[in-house]
Unconditional design. Structure first.
Length: 582
């Protein structure tokens, strides 16, 4: 087992990803395609290689207001090393122009987008297009492509010209909008991913086959069904498709009839949730393969790349291409291609302080395929005190920023008890072959659902402690370090008094709200001592801060239960100190 002292040294010793080797060796570099410094928000990029070898990137640019929303394009003549100034291609007044995509067929090039008004919610959309007959030198006036559905989206990935000459353009459509229903958010949607097909070189387009899947969503705000398909033609002429889902893996499907039908719809080997991937064919040293770029996590970073030489059945170890990340913002919506000189490229949207950029990574096939340096994997296993929570800078994000050479995986799920967590322990923790695992449960185990007439906690303290013991013992057998975390204290709010203000709770003071929870805190401390494992005593840390003059426990809690930004900062600092000192 790696000692935590050795672990911290290892995490801090990695070389910068901006370093490049000699020309004949693995290489990696970053460049900015579009910056936020002019006030623009740059979103949803798509990239393609043109017939003359130039690279084209299109994206949705929101400058100073909705009237400035437009699809813009930029070109590179040096294989992505530098990019020209953007030019506007599509700008529909009063509409959001989103999800731009590119289809290349010789010197004929299409740029499409989804144009929508959200005045009445998510209800209908239109697909607008400009076309070039001269390799993107000049463009037609915008025109609409009929999509055969009321609301379509997910047109974020480059289309294909197949060896057969058929053109494919990926998209998704919503079942409920088809029935006339309007939505307020993606979490209400039920999507079908598929392709539009053209057999007359883009003069007309018709609907191809659709896909659908049912699964347990990771969060209520995630999509249902299949969304935002990425496409690649394989050596055998079949089509491989990867789709965004609300599950904990990207889903895949295959077509052997140029996208008319799809088979094998189900989870792919790629971990990730509620964010799209990008696919491209590539060739290196006489080998032909495909590479993928995706968010290898349940959140929208880290952005990783991997290669496959068996048509997507297995993948090389993921390599982080989006580092460094700032402020917990996303690095997402990638597009990828191989340049004419053999360089592999990926573009994506990346949140930065003050805005959003379009970034580009350039790397050699050798860099992607070679075995990466070993990375320490830290899994944060817990309930809603661990899970992402809106704009909060949770301790998972703070650890990721402080330990850039570690792989930090957030395995927190709201409302989980240790009984529930035990059922997903293999899938969400052990499957990642972790080096360090934080175990942060207790609030839900100790909760007494008095509004339902309950008089006992959801999970008895004896079973709670036994569940924690199980986690510790199994992790020890796997050679991983378990770090127990005592649940944070609670504090009364008006809303919590309405819900929990009955015996065994006492609303006179905060101690009366923690009367049951305190037994679980004692159980965690006792287990850490008996099993000789590290303990982050979040309960004690919070109470010590609250007892300082002029402060209270409410300074550290968002809603009387969950840590706020300051609370998460304290938790992260305690974890980082433990890693550094042991």
């Amino acid at each position: 087992m790696v000692l935590l002292l050795d672990l911290m040294a290892f995490l801090c010793s990695g070389a910068s990803m901006s370093e490049t080797a000699a020309d004949d060796a693995p290489s990696f570099s970053h460049v900015t395609v579009a910056s936020h410094v002019d006030g623009s928000a740059n979103r949803w990029p798509c990239m393609a290689r043109l017939a003359d070898g130039r690279l084209l990137v299109v994206w949705s640019q929101l400058a100073t207001g909705a009237k400035d929303d437009a699809i813009v394009a930029a070109f590179s003549v040096d294989h992505g090393a530098t990019w020209g100034e953007p030019e506007r291609l599509i700008a529909n007044e009063g509409l959001t122009d989103a999800d731009p995509s590119i289809v290349v067929s010789g010197e004929r090039v299409w740029v499409t987008c989804t144009s929508v008004s959200f005045a009445e919610g998510i209800r209908t959309s239109a697909t607008w297009c400009v076309r070039s007959e001269d390799n993107a030198a000049t463009w037609s006036e915008p025109y609409e492509i009929p999509m055969g559905h009321r609301y379509t989206c997910g047109k974020t990935h480059r289309g294909l010209r197949l060896e057969s000459g058929t053109l494919l353009m990926g998209y998704s459509w919503d079942v409920l909008c088809e029935q006339g229903t309007a939505h307020q958010g993606e979490g209400e949607m039920d999507l079908r991913a598929g392709v539009m097909r053209s057999t007359d070189n883009g003069e007309t387009w018709v609907n191809g086959g659709d896909t659908h899947a049912t699964y347990e969503r990771v969060s209520g705000g995630a999509v249902s069904g299949t969304d935002e398909p990425a496409l690649v033609e394989l050596d055998d002429g079949s089509i491989y498709m990867l789709m965004r889902t609300g599950a904990d893996h990207l889903y895949q499907a295959r077509s052997t009839d140029d996208g008319q039908t799809w088979q094998g719809v189900g989870p792919s080997p790629l971990y990730g949730s509620n964010a799209p991937a990008a696919l491209s064919a590539f060739e290196a040293d006489g080998r032909r393969g495909i590479f993928v770029v995706w968010d290898n996590a349940l959140r929208r970073y880290p952005l990783c790349a991997a290669a496959s030489f068996d048509h997507g059945r297995t993948w090389t170890p993921p390599r982080d291409i989006g580092h460094p990340y700032t402020g917990g913002g996303q690095a997402s919506y990638p597009s990828c291609v191989q340049a004419a000189d053999g360089t592999l490229l990926a573009v994506w949207q990346q949140d930065v302080p003050g805005g959003r950029d379009v970034r580009c990574a350039r790397f050699s096939p050798a860099w992607l395929i070679e075995a990466p340096e070993p990375r320490t994997t830290v899994v944060l296993f817990g309930d809603s005190t661990t899970a992402p929570r809106g704009p909060l800078r949770i301790f998972a994000q703070l650890l990721s920023e402080a330990l850039p050479d570690a792989k930090v995986i957030n395995a927190g799920i709201g409302s989980n008890t240790t009984d529930m967590a035990r059922k997903r322990f293999e899938r969400d923790v052990l499957a990642h072959d972790p080096d360090v695992v934080t175990v942060f449960f207790g609030l839900n185990d100790a909760a007494v659902d008095v509004w339902k007439g309950a008089t006992e906690p959801r999970v008895p303290v004896e079973r709670y402690q036994e569940n924690l013991r199980h986690f510790v013992e199994v992790l020890r057998e796997r050679g991983a370090t378990a770090v127990l975390m005592a649940p944070n204290p609670l504090a009364w709010t008006d809303e919590l008094r309405k819900r929990y203000g009955k015996p065994p709770y006492n609303t006179e003071n905060d101690t009366g709200f923690n009367v049951i929870l305190s037994e679980y805190v004692v159980a965690v401390r006792a287990l850490a001592k008996s099993e000789n494992v590290p303990l982050i005593d979040v309960n004690r840390i919070f109470l010590d801060c609250a007892e300082a003059e002029g402060h209270s426990i409410h300074d550290l809690l968002l809603d009387g239960m969950h840590p706020n930004d300051q609370g998460h900062r304290l938790i992260a600092d305690a974890l980082l100190a433990m890693l550094a000192l042991r």
